[in-house]
Ligand binder design. Structure first.
Ligand code: TMP
Length: 207
């Protein structure tokens, strides 16, 4: 049986990493062997593309070049990691997937529907069974990282981050069957429990 594909999405600094760690441990404690991966990245080539995308020295990357690089990383990731793992029955948890391209490149950069046209061959028919969208307000989290720690993407203006957030909101509303939208302002435990309940419903078993 095909494994479950769970993705985590949301604006920068919304607490995804903490929640992915908690879910991974819960699944492991219940006897599962989840594969945790991320985008951009998740493969040798993808991690190299990630370096290019997040390097602050690459301020000159055009919006279209950026969109293509995220899609290239995704194509490699789906083909080399996600598809084979799902086919072998493993649960895959990805820190970001296509929804991020829609929010950041589609809404943030204003590239709109072009983003899907480019990504359709990259996702190659693979689609999440469940997406956890942790929604933080860019205004509330902007001080969380020092400027020196910020990468090319999270150094973007507050106006850009607000467009990205709007993009995530629109995607969550449109795909409400797949996407569980959670307010990132709740406590870590409360969020973890909501996520576990959603995964239990999907998996049809306790975790
Ligand atoms: P991370 O900081 O969550 O690891 O993600 C790296 C950055 O890349 C983050 O600012 C979101 C951005 N991103 C896009 O702009 N488009 C995409 O398709 C993906 C996967 C990430």
């Amino acid at each position: 049986m095909r494994g479950l594909f769970i993705t985590f999405e949301g604006p920068d600094a919304s607490g995804k990493t903490t929640q992915i760690d908690i879910l991974k441990k819960r699944l492991e404690n219940s006897g599962m062997d989840p594969l945790v991966t991320r985008e951009p990245g998740g493969t040798f080539v993808g991690e190299k593309i990630r370096e290019i995308l997040l390097d602050k020295n690459n301020a000159g990357i055009t919006p279209v070049a950026e969109m293509l690089l995220y899609a290239a990383s995704r194509a490699q990731h789906v083909s080399e990691v996600i598809k084979p793992a799902l086919e072998s029955g493993r649960t895959v948890i990805s820190d970001r997937f296509y929804d991020s391209s829609e929010a950041y490149q589609g809404y943030g950069r204003g590239l709109g529907k072009m983003v899907w046209r480019v990504n359709e061959p990259a996702v190659d028919g693979i689609w999440p069974d469940l997406t956890i969208m942790l929604m933080a307000d860019p205004d509330d989290v902007k001080g969380r990282r020092a400027d020196s720690e910020k990468d090319r993407m999270d150094s973007e203006s507050l106006a850009f981050q607000q467009r990205v957030k709007k993009g995530f909101e629109a995607v969550a509303e449109r795909d409400s069957d797949r996407i569980l939208r959670i307010d990132a302002g709740k406590s870590i435990e409360e969020i973890a429990d909501e996520i576990a309940a959603a995964v239990e419903r999907l998996a049809g078993r306790k975790i």
